[in-house]
Design a protein around this ligand. Sequence first.
Ligand code: PHE
Length: 333
Amino acid sequence: LWQSYLYEVNKVSNLTELQTVKVKFLGKKGEVTLALKSLKDLPPDIRPEVGQKINAVKKLIEEDLEKKEQELAQKALAKKLEQEAIDVTLPGFPLPLGKLHPLTVVQHRVVEIFTSMGFAVATGPEIEKDYYNFEALNLPKEHPARDMQDSFYITEEVLLRTHTSPVQVRVMEKFAPKLPIRIISPGKVYRRDDDATHSPMFAQCEGLAVDRNIRFSDLKGVLLTFIKELFGPKTKMRLRPSYFPFTEPSAEVDISCVMCGGVGCKVCKGSGWLEILGSGMVHPRVLEMAGYDSSQVTGFAFGMGLERIAMLLYGIDDLRLFYDNDLRFLQLF
Ligand code: PHE
């Protein structure tokens, strides 16, 4: 009996199987039970001895089953714990992190360079009065140069600003006749353009300095410093005579074609020069309208499109990419 029990119990690997063995030996029709029942068929003189032996085996089996049961229960528990264990030292799943938009990066950089030269950041409304966007900038109603900036009008007197120059007018108007003014005005502007290099909404950063004795050479020095900071110290600058109604004289600013910034150095094709901003000495009439005495005070101003700068720095050829919100593009930066 004990041998056959051992044979059976050694095959057991879980609690259910153990239960089967238990029934097989100790159950109502189990082998031990049957053996005890069959005692009555034995000759009376050996019954006590055989009975004692069977009971001893029964006890052994009971004890052994109990021990095995405990062991198996413990094993099962250990296995369960192991399966459910959480390794808190494992690295977590990476969370997708947001990034700054390339235009924001460029704007921050431009702002950083000018603030390091003492300029403060000024902002103003994107829905602007005709007066601030044009009139106060020496662009009266019928001025042909208004065509340079195809505008989105909301009413006859209100429009989406076509440049951030109105911010400069607002600052001067508020500040005059106090001196000095040194501000830059980064922000969104709107024009009725839409192609690979023009978008109906784009970003500008303009600058203004007003004080006694501000000269064209001050403008040149500030812009050259800016350009070398942004595109690399070897970059050269070229000024070309130009026209803006709000500056006199006016100059278009070009940079030489080797640029080191953004993603490494690039050499551009063509004439060897790239136009990047407009500038000039603030027109006396603009100073007067804002409340300054133009016989005592002068100023310079400049303005640039940030998309254009970002396109040069990163080698991007279609400006609309900045506004498509395609993650494959945005993740490159
Ligand atoms: N406001 C001009 C534009 O948007 C840029 C500019 C600013 C030019 C200041 C000269 C001086 O095109």
